[in-house]
Design a protein around this ligand. Structure first.
Ligand SMILES: [Zn+2]
Length: 150
């Protein structure tokens, strides 16, 4: 009897956690796709650099932080930011993410220190929790805010 109750409660808790995780993931992916779809496409490296400068300034990213853009021409749907060295960062974009909105999203991760925290994080579970429930929603909300204000 007790084990049934335990299993039922565990099932409810697990279902709630998975449901919350799914909803959290779904709104972010949906919002990111919509923002990107209506965003200005990035056609050239010069244009990308111009957006990088303008949005870095807007986000208050200090000029000593060097950000290198990697525009990967192979097919794919990926954008990501990472720290290469102390003040050196890279942002990777693949063709379906060649737009201002995706770049703004990744710059936001750099501006808020998310990328720095990923580089030094030792606890994978804590890192994932912060990413899904704090850092990614924050970057997505900033992306939405910029999309609306343009
Ligand atoms: Zn992100």
């Amino acid at each position: 009897m007790k084990i049934k109750k335990y299993l039922r409660n565990t099932g409810i808790l697990l279902g709630a956690v998975l449901g919350l995780h799914f909803l959290n993931y779904a709104w972010m992916v949906g919002a990111q796709n919509i923002c990107s779809r209506f965003s200005q496409r990035i056609e050239t490296r010069e244009q990308a650099q111009e957006v990088l400068q303008r949005e870095s300034l807007r986000l208050g990213i200090p000029s000593e932080k060097q950000i290198h853009l990697v525009l990967d021409k192979r097919e794919g749907s990926f954008s990501g930011a990472s720290r290469v060295w102390k003040n050196i960062y890279r942002i990777d974009l693949t063709p379906s993410c060649f737009n201002e909105s995706a770049l703004v999203h990744e710059l936001s991760h750099i501006a808020k220190g998310d990328v720095d925290s990923w580089a030094v994080s030792k606890n994978k579970h804590l890192r994932n929790f912060k990413y899904f429930f704090i850092q990614e929603p924050r970057a997505t909300l900033y992306q939405i805010k910029r999309a609306i204000s343009q």
